[in-house]
Design a protein around this ligand. Structure first.
Ligand SMILES: [Zn+2]
Length: 223
């Protein structure tokens, strides 16, 4: 198979996760992929072996996985199609915020390059997805955001970014939506309790408590 061919949907999903981990300078290893994609380590191993064979990735001696040039291009393409689809669903079709990631996961694989280009043309300001994550090439648009856990208690911020790693957790996204905790929401850090591994926020007139693992996936912008 030539690397110019479009990867299968499964391979596209792997490419997207590998791209995101590499963007964040995280080591790309099988276990990390298994956790993120909620599949077994042997499944990851089998898929990665096929991806090595087909020229999308290489595996180094230390078992880290690296995108080839063809893999990087295909990955950027699927991440971009995913995010443009999310924007289309959220802004044009008014699909609830908590649902757009899952819906886009189904549609992104069938979106043609032409349609993706039309979506980008139709919508202005397509630097970030509805979760605030940057489209490939737009990473600078999030570089000035502050991790929520580094926010100053009592100061006002806007929620700016919910990391890709938790976008796929539908129940959690529904909870965020119910609490009004979506990008653009005004919030204050009330208390950070490392011993309890929680953080309490004020969102509008109510307090919302999150675990530190989830809170680490959020970024804010100063008002
Ligand atoms: Zn998104």
């Amino acid at each position: 198979m030539s690397s110019d061919t479009r990867p299968t949907p499964t391979v596209e999903d792997y490419l997207g996760v590998i791209y995101t981990l590499a963007r964040d300078q995280q080591p790309v290893i099988g276990r990390r992929l298994a956790d993120w994609m909620e599949v077994s380590p042997p499944t990851v191993t089998a898929t990665i072996q096929r991806m090595v064979r087909d020229g999308w990735v290489t595996m180094h001696a230390d078992k880290t996985i690296h995108l080839t040039e063809a893999g990087r291009r295909a990955a950027a393409s699927v991440v971009r199609r995913h995010m443009l689809t999310e924007l289309l669903l959220a802004r044009v079709l008014n699909v609830p915020w908590s649902r757009v990631h899952e819906e886009a996961d189904q549609l992104e694989h069938d979106l043609s390059a032409e349609t993706a280009a039309r979506v980008a043309e139709l919508l202005d300001d397509t630097a970030v997805c509805p979760h605030g994550n940057p489209l490939p090439g737009e990473e600078n648009s999030v570089s000035s955001l502050r991790p929520l856990l580094e926010a100053i208690p009592g100061r006002s911020y806007l929620l700016a970014r919910v990391h890709e790693e938790i976008e796929r957790r539908g129940d959690l996204m529904s909870f965020f939506e119910e609490q009004g905790l979506i990008p653009g929401a005004a919030l204050q850090l009330v208390a950070l309790m490392p011993a309890n591994e929680t953080v309490t926020l004020r969102v509008k007139d109510r307090e919302v408590t999150l675990g530190l693992v989830v809170a680490r996936c959020l970024w804010v912008q100063e008002v």
